[in-house]
Design a protein around this ligand. Structure first.
Ligand code: SF4
Ligand code: SF4
Length: 388
């Protein structure tokens, strides 16, 4: 994309490796996380940098398979592989890993990861609508607070917590506005361009500066909309991608959709639209954080009605022509949930729905290409609900 701001955002990961090294030399603390449920507000309030470490590359997977079963989600294997081979600078410089009990594969992997780094495991309740679950989760946040205070020799005051809530709410606002610009038809950026920004910004250490950059980029996209400028075909089938987390390196399906003439206009996944709701700080900021995080609509929750409602609403708001549900191989929760999600989406929206199960390798690329081309053809041949 021909934009200096986009180029800055696209290089945030590599540029922040240097900032990270310098920060460590100055005694700053870094906390690595692997999941949306890890409450970043507490980390920020402890004066540390939260960094998202989810592996999105195939490269470290063979090393991970020396310890982990091959038949395991590629995200877990990639994340563990980076740790075992010490090839991710963000893992290398992390002082503490904040982990959580979500799916079985991930929580058992953390037991092995403890050999490389100190890991603080949060026990996540897997039901969202009970007061007892929220009470329990609040206690887990308190336990994390104590751990951060002890490890980093700081005190997380209420004032610091409120400041952190404000900062991270602003980050969510900014990311939501960016994603919302793709509601417009034709969208002012491709799904791959949006993913490039969403992926890279999670490695930025200076959140305020990054929020400013994202806002500038959104303004550029909105200006394109006002001027009627788009590099994308006005009648390209608009796809809502839901399911497992995706990032640069695990973007195979996004790439193939767009190479085949479709456009991903919305990601209902972690790092994108799964968590745009702000924390609403009341009298008790810690409880407000706990409540906001417990409501994240992930398939490890049972039931997980929030995701069904969110996908249906986003399909409408982003004028989607079809829904693609992406599942990583051996991810049982998303895989099983796909059946009821399909039924719900078809009943609620009437949109065509496709489930794709794959991994990070390129071994099934040709087969996926054929399936995606057939799906997009179906959308082009009159099944598109929203016409240009
Ligand atoms: S999909 Fe669920 S378990 Fe995986 S990172 Fe997102 S919130 Fe966490
Ligand atoms: S994609 Fe599925 S199996 Fe993989 S870490 Fe997330 S919830 Fe677990």
């Amino acid at each position: 994309m021909d934009s200096a701001v986009f180029q800055k955002l696209a290089t945030l990961r590599e540029n922040n490796v240097i900032a990270l090294k310098e920060g460590k030399e100055q005694g700053q603390n870094v906390v690595g996380t692997y999941c949306l449920y890890a409450p970043a507000e507490l980390v920020v309030a402890a004066g540390a940098h939260p960094v998202m470490l989810c592996g999105t590359s195939q490269n470290p997977i063979p090393a991970a398979e020396q310890h982990l079963p091959r038949n395991l989600c590629p995200l877990i294997k990639s994340s563990y592989g980076f740790a075992a081979t010490d090839t991710c600078p963000f893992f290398h410089f992390s002082d503490l890993i904040v982990a959580e009990t979500t799916c079985d594969g991930k929580k058992k992997m953390y037991e092995l990861m403890e050999e490389f780094k100190p890991v603080h495991l949060m026990q996540l309740p897997q039901v969202q609508d009970r007061k007892s679950a929220l009470d329990y989760w609040v206690e887990e946040l308190k336990r994390l607070q104590v751990r951060l205070e002890e490890d980093f020799g700081v005190q997380i005051t209420e004032e610091k917590l409120r400041e952190a809530i404000e900062l991270l709410n602003d980050e969510r606002r900014s990311l939501k506005a960016l994603q919302d610009s793709l509601r417009h038809k034709p969208a002012p950026a491709s799904g791959m361009e949006l993913l490039t920004v969403l992926h890279n910004r999670s490695f930025a250490l200076d959140k305020r500066e990054t929020i400013g950059l994202v806002d500038q980029f959104t303004e550029e996209l909105n200006e394109r909309i006002r001027k009627g400028v788009s590099t994308l075909a006005a009648n390209a089938p608009r796809i809502l991608l839901t399911g497992v987390p995706v990032g640069l390196g695990s973007d195979k399906v996004v790439r193939l959709i767009e190479e085949a003439g479709g456009q991903v206009v919305c990601f209902e996944s972690c790092g994108a639209y799964k968590k745009v709701e702000p924390v609403k700080p009341g009298d008790d900021p810690l409880r407000a954080i706990a409540e906001c995080y417990l409501n994240i609509p992930c398939s490890c929750m049972s039931p997980n009605r929030g995701r069904f409602e969110l996908v249906a609403r986003l399909a409408d708001e982003f004028q989607a022509d079809g829904v693609i549900d992406l599942t990583w191989q051996a991810c049982h929760t998303y895989n099983i949930e796909s059946y009821s999600l399909r039924r719900h989406i078809q009943q609620a929206t009437g949109l065509p729905f496709l489930q794709i199960e794959t991994d990070y390798s390129e071994s099934d690329t040709e087969q996926l290409k054929l399936r995606l081309e057939a799906f997009l053809e179906l959308l082009n041949n009159g099944q598109k609900r929203h016409t240009a």
